[in-house]
Design a protein around this ligand. Sequence first.
Ligand code: PXP
Length: 247
Amino acid sequence: MTKAGGHLRLGVNVDHVATVRNARGGIHPDPVRAALMAAAAGADGITAHLREDRRHISDDDITRLMAELTVPLNLEMAATDEMLKIALRHRPHAVCLVPEKRSERTTEGGLDVAGGHNHLAPFVRELVGAGIRVSMFIEAEPRQLDAAKGIGAPVVELHTGSYCEHPPGPERERQLERLRAAAAHAAAMGLECHAGHGLGFDTVGPVAAISTLAELNIGHFLVGEAIFTGFAAAIGRMRTLMDEGRA
Ligand code: PXP
């Protein structure tokens, strides 16, 4: 487990490089090339979400990421039999279990670990048994944290969407306080704690300051910002803001 207040890892999510590629159905821009560039620019790991409808990352992308990456791959996936087979075949460094609805534009809300224990427990058991570091993407709620601990997941990732979607002001502060409390609760239970969703240059600092967080996963903002400054520069700036937030 990462020491509190130590290096805060940056996982760069390359899903939306694949979104742009798929808009034309060809091979450009290649999310694997983007992942290699992200690693060279300071990403500690790469995250990719293989969705049931394959709307961005494809099966072949996962095969190539596994073959070509020199940093850890964090595979985001829904708890389905199909995805479990894929994860067990590839054995990525990490799997993050996320809720998935076909109609959503992005991952809305966290996984209901408390309500879905019986469905989720066998997935966690198999993945942990295969030596994969399993995390549960959850809302910053005590009962979800307790359920994640109870199900045997060593890691949780806190959904930062509600914090990011509010403009600066009391509601954003309230959401930040929820994240702080949840990160402290996770640490007290011995869970490694990550966070992500919707983070950008304006929102990352106060989250990075939460000393018990070990990793942030960031994608959409970085891919968007790459249009203006390039991917490496966007990642470098994010890294600097994370380091400043933590300091
Ligand atoms: N973490 C998880 C579990 C996610 O599902 C996502 C979105 O795929 C992210 C982090 C990254 O979110 P964003 O693309 O908004 O930075």
